[in-house]
Design a protein around this ligand. Sequence first.
Ligand code: A2P
Length: 277
Amino acid sequence: MENYVLRNGVEIPKIGYGTWKTPDGDTCIQAVETAIKTGYRHIDAAAVYGNEVSVGIALQNSGVERKELFITGKVWNTERGYGRTMRAFEKTCKDLQTDYLDLYLIHWPASPSQYKCWKELNSETWEALTDLYKAGKVRAIGVSNFRCRHLLPLLQEEIIPMVNQLQLHPGMTQDDTIALCREYDILPEAYSPLGNGKLLNSDSLRMIAERYGKSQAQICVKWSIQHGFLPLPKSLHEERMKMNRSVDDFELKEEDMKALDVLEGFGTGNDPDQITF
Ligand code: A2P
């Protein structure tokens, strides 16, 4: 199966191409064009990545029809609240040269370390996303980096998130949040599915990869998919882009999935309640 189906029936390609840290300008244009050329149809962008204009140029240059592409955007932390989110959305669409997005996410929850009224702020931002969805300007809406305590209040809303994009990779499984996502049919997307590349040096991962005759990166992507996550690997290199989405011809055994779940030494990610950005 090439796609997951979101709660509202919208289809989303099972592997996306991430653009975080991709240098703006020619590097980004080239990378996104190459990703599309090698078969990616799902591009994960965000205003804070500082490269949306370049992503937009690449989408145009690709020659692929807009309706064949699945484009995600994210509202950044400085733009929370109803009015600002609406304006941020318009700017993102302009920069990406599109008049709608397939998916729009709240990039990080407002944190209690910074805001007394963090719940209200998240709810106002969510209201903007809900209105964009009802107006047909986005095909699906969701959140990113929301752990249970941030997600729970939004589950009382009229429309609840369809996606939660989290740092997920071998050694980082975010079990509580994933369990809540499953209960409410919220698709977990996995950012940094290769642990930002650092994971690929793990000896345990290398040994598993050798047994399957696959690369470490392919094992990580497959691990994500077998968990029902949607991985967003990124690479600037064509061969790696191709490799990272060639994972259909093998299946990880249960014992290897379990060993990967508890791979040690690869951090716990940023705590959204502690962030200072
Ligand atoms: P590069 O762009 O030079 O290929 P993540 O997606 O978890 O954030 O990881 C991204 C990092 O992993 C990048 O540094 C990228 O480097 C590297 N990477 C991506 N795919 C592969 C691969 N197939 N083999 C080795 N390194 C990879």
